[in-house]
Write a protein that binds this ligand. Structure first.
Ligand code: NZQ
Ligand code: ZN
Length: 391
């Protein structure tokens, strides 16, 4: 196991009606002038924004609203939010929504107290300081409620890139599984896929002897395999939603990723798809993961075979571990299709003729130098072959 420091100070408040505690939580973490940042309308329509605002006002806090965050959030609204924070002397940002609203809030939080262009953080500069952020989560998916990450798309060039820093870990996150019951089935399934991807991206490691995190990841994957179909069949199943919501947080706050190298090639390859086609990130991952895993399998066939046996219940073929490994990847693909995810470019709404542009943006866009690296290093030719495996 590698050396590591794990610092995850977020206060999680989990369960029914917990959003009524938002005001008390903002106060506890020092906020007095609060920007409520949210998406395209679901939280307005459900009355959640009004309930949250009432809880802030009951604590005597000044409230400002900025809605309109799009899935795959854009830089334009981040600039607007930064200006608003400076003008109104905002000292706390409360994101109400999914990963997109939370990531946009984190970008605003970092940009509001930075002299340069906030995009510097999305071009490799680490975020050292930010306004405090809290979240009220409405979809189990991205794990941004417990992560030090934010992903934003720069409208100029449509580059989708991530930024990181412990300063943007939320001070608190309110997780009420009942809030996710209004999700359309496609979004629920995309969320399940993203959670599984966060687990696989950590499972694909080059660090030996990482039994504890291997086993944690396997337990969470087994939970998703059990609870995913239950929630798709019965969207009002609170207990299934609760298990998925907590699994989503654990999958990405890095408790399962410490002390080991991680992959993230599937995420990087997918980000170009959601940047170009504006598809749900999870839907893009459903098409990306089996292609990437098939392509890189030979790098460590026993790792894939181990997942196949422990997670997917395959029989180990000791003479031909690659058969077991491939079987596990096929079981993953079938599972994702069974919950309603796309299986190829066509079902995702992607086009073969865009492959060269996808490879270019992935390997050369916004300062990259011809490759991406994770479990294995992939050059332009590899990435082209991987996109073609998705056809
Ligand atoms: O905008 P509204 O109207 O709220 O609608 C949203 C949106 O259309 C809707 N929705 C959310 N909660 C709902 C709901 N509809 C009905 N009822 C509810 N309770 O669902 C749609 C998707 O929302 P979004 O916030 O985009 O989903 P998600 O949480 O999957 O976030 C995706 C973004 O997170 C990034 C992705 O790349 C993508 O941009 N990621 C962020 C990470 C991080 N910060 O750590 C890691 C991830 O790997 C990921 O890359
Ligand atoms: Zn993800």
């Amino acid at each position: 196991m590698n050396n590591f420091t794990f610092w995850s100070p977020t206060c999680f408040v989990f369960g029914k009606d917990t959003e009524t505690q938002a005001g008390a939580l903002v106060k506890r973490f020092g906020g007095s002038r609060v920007l409520i940042h949210f998406g395209g309308g679901s939280a307005l329509r459900s009355g959640l924004i009004d309930r949250v605002e009432a809880s802030l006002k009951a604590e005597g806090l000044a409230c400002f609203r900025l809605g309109g965050v799009k899935p795959n959030p854009r830089s334009g609204l981040v600039y607007e939010g930064i200006e608003l924070c400076r003008k109104e002397k905002i000292d706390f940002i409360l994101a109400v929504g999914g990963g997109s609203s939370i990531d946009s809030a984190k970008a605003i939080a970092a940009g509001a107290i930075y002299d340069g262009d906030f995009w510097d953080f999305y071009s490799g500069k680490r975020i050292e300081q930010a306004l405090p952020v809290g979240t009220v989560l409405t979809i189990a998916a991205a794990g941004s409620e417990g992560s030090p990450d934010s992903v934003i798309t720069k409208e100029e060039g449509m580059f989708k890139r991530g930024a990181s820093g412990d300063a943007i870990r939320p001070k608190f996150s309110v997780l009420n599984p009942a809030l996710t019951q209004t999700l359309p089935p496609h979004q629920t399934a995309a969320g399940i896929t993203d959670i599984m991807a966060h687990l696989y991206e950590r499972y694909l490691t080059n660090t030996p002897e990482v039994e504890v995190t291997d086993r944690l990841i396997e337990a969470l994957l087994l939970t998703m395999i059990h609870e995913g179909p239950r929630v798709i069949a019965d969207p009002d199943n609170y207990e299934a939603r609760a298990n998925i919501m907590w699994a989503g947080m654990m999958a990405h706050n890095n408790s399962c990723g410490v002390g080991r190298s991680q992959d993230w090639n599937s995420h990087n390859i997918e980000h170009e798809l959601s940047a170009l086609y504006d598809c749900a990130h999870g839907a893009g991952l459903a098409v990306t993961m089996p292609a990437v895993f098939t392509y890189v399998m030979d790098h460590d066939v026993m790792r894939f075979a181990q997942a196949a046996v422990r997670v997917w219940g395959c029989q180990m073929d000791f003479a031909h571990p690659e058969v077991t490994a491939r079987e596990g990847i096929e079981k993953l693909r079938s599972f994702l299709v069974s919950i309603g995810m796309p299986r190829n470019f066509e079902e995702l709404g992607a086009r073969e003729e865009d492959v060269p542009a996808l490879v270019q943006a992935l390997c050369r866009g916004d300062g990259r130098e011809g490759s991406i690296s994770g479990f294995v290093t992939l050059n332009e030719e590899d990435c082209e072959k991987i996109y073609r495996l998705m056809l």
